[in-house]
Write a protein of this length. Structure first.
Length: 280
């Protein structure tokens, strides 16, 4: 990846993070921590990797994306709006009674959302089904998904993992947003899923371990995944919950809490300062 492209993606990710803060602040509820940690993955997918059409969201040959950890919808919505699927101005209506932007992604109402998700474990299963359908129909599209590390505690995740390997779904690439924290605390203390890489390898997946907040490493892993034949790929991205906002980073309390006015202002100021540094 050249320096100009990397810089462009980092700026885009920062603007998406600003939108996440605005969404959750205006909704007075939501999940900022995990939304901020997976922003770089979403940025690379939608702005450098996936073949999608904002004017035709249901295009049959598009690449598909499933946000398996559906509670991090603010990040997906912000990414889709930044891409141009719907107006950015609508983001502040998140979770409002008359808004189409519900607390979890709804494929029936939100342009660009390929699967309704929220119940953990179900999203990756849907992604497996999409990838299998692509194989059966001899389509060239690829399927992508992001899971939370806490989500790995769901048994359905491992059923999906077995099926993906069984059907040799090399058109499927998934991420684990490995920020180490879930709603009740550190994953190692709540229900340890480690060693994550070894488990997916044992289930028949190709696995890469990267920094999930580094756009260059994300892109490199995605490029490698496309060369793998006969296996799905899992990219385990080590991230910081609340990435980009100092008082939210690595703090479990920001899993599902909205900032107040002062906290919102500080978060936006920090992100603006970072953006200014990128533009210098």
């Amino acid at each position: 990846m050249d320096k100009l492209k990397k810089l462009e993606l980092m700026k885009t990710a920062t603007n998406i993070r600003k939108s996440v803060i605005e969404e959750v602040f205006n909704a007075k509820s939501g999940h900022p921590g995990g939304s901020l940690s997976c922003t770089d993955m979403l940025t690379v997918l939608y702005f450098d990797e996936m073949n999608v059409d904002t004017k035709n969201p249901q295009w049959a040959d598009r690449d598909r994306f499933v946000l398996s950890k559906g509670h991090c919808a603010p990040a997906l919505y912000a990414t889709l709006a930044e891409k141009g699927f719907f107006p950015k101005e609508d983001l502040v209506t998140l979770r409002k009674t008359d808004s189409y932007l519900e607390g979890h992604p709804n494929m029936n109402h939100v342009p660009g959302v390929d699967m309704s998700t929220g119940s953990l474990g179900q999203g990756i299963s849907a992604a497996v089904g999409m990838a299998l359908a692509g194989k059966i129909d001899n389509k060239d599209y690829r399927v992508y998904s992001i899971l939370g590390d806490g989500e790995l505690e769901e048994g359905q995740v491992w059923e999906a993992a077995m099926a993906a390997a069984q059907f040799k779904l090399d058109n499927l690439t998934a991420f684990v947003d490995y920020n180490g924290l879930q709603i009740d605390g550190p994953i190692k203390e709540v229900m340890c899923s480690e060693p994550i890489a070894a488990k997916f390898e044992a289930f028949g997946w190709n696995v890469y371990e990267i920094c999930g907040n580094d756009v260059e490493e994300i892109k490199d892993a995605l490029e490698k995944a496309k060369t793998v034949k006969g296996k799905p790929t899992m990219i385990i991205g080590k991230t910081f919950k609340g990435k980009g906002v100092s008082f939210m980073e690595n703090q479990v309390g920001w899993h599902g809490k909205a900032p107040n006015q002062e906290q919102r202002d500080q978060a936006i100021a920090e992100l603006d300062e970072y953006l200014k540094g990128l533009e210098a």
